[in-house]
Design a protein around this ligand. Structure first.
Ligand code: SF4
Length: 257
């Protein structure tokens, strides 16, 4: 059964409105800036709390238990246009015999469902949940496959292929671009990304620009891992320029999730 390592209530960064985000444990890639290192491994782990105690990360819930949990805040979803987001780790690499009934059941309660994904999963998995997902928060880290491999451990071919297929299937896509200064923030990279989106007729509802940040980096030490590599976020001025550049191509753009 998939493990959940966090149920975040009243989240405002994982899609529109007020949301409950379910964080599933396990990810097939290793982004060097990952701010949820406890999400990467598929097994239960121990983490040292800030107070020096040992805490177990990863708990299994039945589908019904999770549905019950997210239902508690239905009034907030309704008032804010929010819902539930499945995140991770990478939820699309979990057992789909669990994930598909979960999203189906949540949606049957009239709750909007979003899936946050890095795109590194078989497309059959996406197909299983397509009818029950209102939108995908789809991360595109690098348009250049070489860089994608260097900084996440895998090339971007599957990521781009799944993005294309999701768009062809009419999925609502919120494209999320993580911004790492000096690596993917130049005009050339942004234009290259836009050119690829246009060439492949990718229909994007909104582009979210996610500047690099270091929240959660203390968790590496508390998991007994070595410190992560540090990057830099572009300046606020540069973030605005990137936003403008994308808006010039008629995309709706927001800085932040
Ligand atoms: S895809 Fe997300 S969870 Fe997986 S390593 Fe990258 S940042 Fe971490």
């Amino acid at each position: 059964m998939p493990l959940v390592f966090n149920i975040q209530k009243f989240s405002v960064h994982d899609g529109p409105g007020i949301r409950t985000t379910l964080f599933f444990k396990g990810c097939p890639i290793r982004c060097l800036w990952c701010h949820n290192p406890e999400s990467q491994c598929y097994e239960v782990e121990n983490i040292e709390t800030k107070e020096g105690k040992v805490e177990v990360v990863g708990k299994d819930y039945t589908v019904n238990e999770l549905v019950k949990e997210v239902e508690k805040d239905i009034i907030f979803y309704e008032q804010s246009g929010g819902g539930v987001t499945l995140s991770g780790g990478e939820v699309m690499t979990q057992d789909m015999d669990y994930v598909a009934p979960l999203v189906k059941k949540i949606q049957s309660k009239g709750i909007s469902v979003a899936v946050d994904t890095c795109g590194v999963a078989p497309f059959e998995n996406f197909e299983r949940i397509l009818p029950y997902v209102d939108y995908f928060l789809y991360d595109l880290k690098f348009i250049n496959s070489q860089l994608h491999k260097e900084y996440t451990g895998v090339g971007n071919e599957l990521v781009l292929d799944n993005l294309k297929k999701l768009s062809e299937h009419g999925a609502t896509i919120h494209l999320r671009l993580i911004l790492l200064e000096g690596l993917n923030t130049s005009d050339e990279v942004i234009e290259e990304t836009v050119a690829w989106l246009k060439m492949n007729n990718i229909s994007v509802s909104i582009i979210n620009l996610l500047p690099y940040h270091e929240f959660g980096f203390d968790k590496y030490k508390r998991l007994g891992r070595k410190d992560p590599q540090l990057f830099q976020a572009p300046s606020e001025e540069r973030q605005e320029q990137i936003k403008q550049l994308l808006e010039n191509h008629q995309y709706k753009v927001k800085i932040g999730g």
